[in-house]
Design a protein around this ligand. Sequence first.
Ligand code: UDP
Length: 329
Amino acid sequence: MEKKRVLITGAAGFLGSHLCDRFIKEGYYVIGMDNLITGDLQNIEHLFALEHFEFFHHDVSKFVYVPGKLDYILHFASPASPIDYLKIPIQTLKVGSLGTHNLLGLARNKGARMIIASTSEVYGDPSVNPQPEEYWGNVNPVGPRGVYDEAKRFQEAMTMAYHTFHGVETRIVRIFNTYGPRMRLNDGRVLPAFIGQALRGEDLTVFGDGSQTRSFCYVDDLIEGIYRLLLSDYALPVNIGNPDEITIKQFGEEIIKLTGTNQKLVLRDLPVDDPKQRRPDITKAREILGWEPKVNRAEGLKITYEYFKSLPKEALFNKEHKDFTTYNK
Ligand code: UDP
């Protein structure tokens, strides 16, 4: 039987590369696409030798052409850390808006089903906790995160419009903080930041007083949720994340323990519009997909730490690291 063909955008990124692995494992023909602004080919290097994988170096903000049939499109191309939004705000807006429009057009043309990577950021700095899908959010459109948040909100609106108006089969996953191997060491996100600092022998920089909360999901759990949602028949947004909520200060203490570093936590200014609390309500995912996270933080962090330790030493001190250390003095 002919293999099903899937297009994955952001294929060289953290989530995109794990999705490529999963769909290869499930027996699909996988077409990866990435402009490599924040992605890294090393994440998918092992796939190039496979007969059922191909890669297009392309920016989906421009017209997207893919020959042949397509069964599924997974749109996972986007910068996804606050430091990236500050460095490349226009690309962030374009990939979520123009890129989504191009891919929805492609999905319509090919009769493919499309899932978009939305985010807990659509809830902004939420005034309800945990956040159910029905909550509309509290977003500052003109703040530093606005370029990401509003692109993702537009992306959801555009996707629903293609669904209702053009009858395109669409799925929307709202992804909460996720971690695991292949995160970029110096992208500014809290987990690689803390582990990188521990490995370099620096103090761990807690922003604000560290009382803000996040809920961290291990990447394998997230990929399972996305896979199930794509194959489901549910077109409204579904939260996928781990509801185990923790303050950033406690999280820093966990990383100190995990890495055995002698360094301590130091407090730095809280970035503008940093959400005070974040925790997914996953009732829908449980009921509709029969999904819930399986990997607890202790297990997930251990695997992730091993990954960061295995990277070449130079990775700890590259140019991005300089950008990162000047980002929040
Ligand atoms: N954070 C921190 N120290 C760092 C990097 C981030 O205390 O070196 C905080 C950040 O202010 C936020 C939380 O950790 O409150 C999660 O930040 P991240 O950038 O990972 O994700 P997001 O804010 O998008 O959830």
